[in-house]
Design a protein around this ligand. Structure first.
Ligand code: GLA
Length: 365
């Protein structure tokens, strides 16, 4: 999948610039198995990279400018590395990544890099909660580094990509997506501690599969709600006197006003944290029934306590889960308010899932 997309990008680059690129890089999207809205609460999450992603064909330039063409994103752009960025479409992510990476990698923002031509092409559904923006930022970062003959470790790349979203695109996202994209391993779930960024890779049992079902509900207007959830969690942490909700316990939840928004948000975070390590244990035992129960409990928590699901999504998750009869489950993945569902189940059940959902299904790896 990534090889075909890279070859496609190289061909498009050649017809754009009249010569082959110096190289082509790729960054995947990600799906989160469990651990939703925990990253910005300093929690632990369990994402995995998927096959679809973003390819960038590149060639260095000698004039210090970055010239970008993104055919599938409808447009082109040209800017100096130090140019100020504004909020907006995909250009804000590309410019933001160049600026933030330049600030972190000696030589990239200064005279060490002569600029680059970048041809971007991606095959992730956008607005589906599969991290098309983190994939775009990390792929652009890899291309800028390679064009400059430079290297950076995955954590530096992920931090720059998160800063691109936070500071240039107006989204107060955590760092799960960028770390999964920059440091994930194909076919493995990544247990990531978002407080210290330590991580371990956990293989999926050989007879399991991870499927993606796009609900078709676009979450384009969800950024404001996302930022509000983050602020609500910070308010709850403040009331509890902890620096982040990761440090709150079930017992402490009673200290919050009963039934309040803060108590419900904190309840999701505290219970979801326990589900992440339960899921890692279920993976290790290849216990699909337990994994299904964890995913269903996560879906209920997103709907009841975190208010990021929708009735149509709840119904879709329930229909798929019922069809699996204990062999796994479906739940909303990513920020919420629409987008994709993740299904963890046994191999061979893809057609059954598609029939229950009445929608196309993608295989994650
Ligand atoms: C989005 C954000 C992530 C994370 C998830 C919810 O994908 O970009 O940082 O908060 O939502 O788990």
């Amino acid at each position: 999948m990534s090889a075909a997309l890279k070859a496609h990008a190289a061909r498009r680059f050649a017809s754009w610039r009249g010569q082959a690129p110096a190289g082509t890089v790729f960054a995947p999207g990600r799906v989160n198995l469990i651990g939703e809205h925990l990253d910005y609460n300093d929690g632990v999450v369990l994402p995995m990279p998927i096959r679809e992603g973003t390819a960038v064909a590149f060639a260095p330039r000698g004039d210090g400018r970055v010239v970008v063409r993104a055919d599938d994103l409808d447009g082109a752009d040209e800017f100096a590395l130090a140019a100020p960025t504004g909020e907006g479409d995909w250009r804000a992510y590309v410019r933001g990544m160049a600026v933030e990476l330049g600030a972190r990698v000696p030589g990239l923002g200064g005279a060490g890099l002569g600029g680059a031509d970048l041809l971007i092409i991606g095959n992730l559904p956008r607005g589906a909660g599969l991290s098309s923006s983190a994939s775009l930022c990390v792929a652009v970062g890899r291309a800028l580094l390679a064009a400059g003959g430079l290297e950076a470790d995955p954590v530096t790349l992920a931090r720059a990509a998160q800063a691109a979203e936070n500071n240039h695109a107006g989204v107060a996202c955590g760092i799960m997506d960028q770390m999964a994209v920059a440091a994930g391993r194909a076919g493995h779930a990544m247990r990531l501690d978002c407080r210290d960024l330590s991580f371990t890779h956990h293989p999926l049992p050989a007879d399991w599969t991870v499927l993606l079902v796009d609900s078709g509900i676009n979450r384009a207007l969800a950024d404001g709600e996302f930022n509000r959830r983050r602020a609500e969690c910070e308010a709850a942490a403040g009331l509890l006197g902890v620096s982040a909700l990761r440090d709150a316990s079930v017992a402490r939840l009673a200290a919050l006003p009963a039934g309040s928004t803060q108590q419900r948000r904190a309840t999701h975070v505290v219970t979801e944290l326990a589900r992440v390590d339960a899921a890692v244990a279920a993976l290790a035992r290849a216990d699909l029934a337990a994994m299904g129960a964890i995913l269903s409990a996560g879906q209920a928590s997103l709907a009841r306590d975190f208010d990021v699901s929708l009735p149509a999504i709840d119904a879709l998750a329930a229909a798929i889960t019922a069809r699996l009869s204990g062999a796994g489950a479906a739940r909303l993945t990513g920020a919420g308010f629409g987008g994709a569902l993740v299904v963890v189940t046994r191999r061979g059940l893809q057609d059954a899932v598609a029939a229950a959902a009445g929608r196309d299904v993608l295989t994650a790896f």
